[in-house]
Design a protein around this ligand. Structure first.
Ligand SMILES: Cc1cc2nc3c(=O)[nH]c(=O)nc-3n(C[C@H](O)[C@H](O)[C@H](O)COP(=O)(O)O)c2cc1C
Length: 228
């Protein structure tokens, strides 16, 4: 199986899918990871299969989707952290999907809620969905900011921090806004470096921050650091 770094390099949003159903092995691997993520993050992420209606109708017309019939619903307790947590853990599932040979697209707005396909318990909220399937194409790299635009001290930063920033710039963000920023924020008494991640306001900016933080961690690799 490809590494997470390879999955990050290869992942691009794909909105057109073939009608090939998800294979049994792929579904089993996804379900196992979904259960793990739900337990760790107290989320209620669910996989919906063979349900094309979410991508039809008025709003979906703006999303340019075709053939999309499988998706993850990112559901969790309504709280101010929900978007960031869904971003971080949802992207773990996106990268696993890429490793499993699937393509994906985060969908914040251009979908329709379809009754009886998944549950949203009392006190919970559906934060976003993620379309999954076998893409007609592998997608295209997005236009990106340069590292200095999201990390002012990039040029003089240690190499693990640089790799973190570069990997974050490969992350999906709503409308490709890349509103996140990273800065070195000193160190703990034991010498562990601290990194501060922030985001400007924008559509799904907190979700994008969670996604970018996961990418940063993967890019930084084995170097131990903590979020400030
Ligand atoms: C939280 C979030 C919400 C998104 N919502 C939508 C959407 O509603 N419709 C859509 O077509 N794409 C959506 N996208 C996909 C972005 O447009 C895409 O990630 C961005 O343009 C970067 O391209 P890439 O994913 O190929 O790297 C969303 C992405 C994220 C992270």
């Amino acid at each position: 199986m490809m590494t997470l770094k390879e999955a990050i390099e290869l992942r691009h949003s794909v909105r057109s899918f073939t009608d090939e159903p998800l294979s049994e092995e792929v579904v089993a691997a996804l379900q196992e990871k979904i259960a793990e993520v739900n337990e760790e993050a107290l989320l209620d992420i669910q996989l919906v299969q063979d349900e094309p209606k979410a991508f039809t109708g008025f709003k979906a017309r703006f999303g340019r989707f075709s053939g999309a019939r499988n998706y993850l619903v990112l559901v969790g307790p309504e709280c101010k952290e929900l978007d960031e947590v869904c971003g971080y853990f949802g992207e773990k599932l996106v990268l696993l999907a890429q490793q499993l040979g699937l393509n994906s697209c985060w969908v914040g707005g251009t979908y329709r809620m379809v009754a009886h396909q998944f549950r949203v318990d009392m006190g919970c909220k559906l934060a976003a969905i993620i379309a999954l399937g076998y893409g007609e194409t592998q997608g295209e790299p997005h236009r990106s900011k340069v590292p200095e635009q999201v990390a002012a001290e990039y040029a003089t930063a240690p190499s693990w921090f640089k790799r973190g920033v570069e990997t974050a710039l490969l992350a999906p963000t709503a409308l490709n806004q890349q509103k996140f920023a990273f800065q070195l924020a000193g160190q703990r008494e034991d010498g562990t470096p601290l990194v501060k991640a922030t985001t400007k306001r924008g559509a799904f900016a907190k979700m994008g921050l969670g996604i970018a933080k996961l990418h940063f961690e993967i890019g930084a690799g084995d170097t131990a650091f903590d979020w400030a």
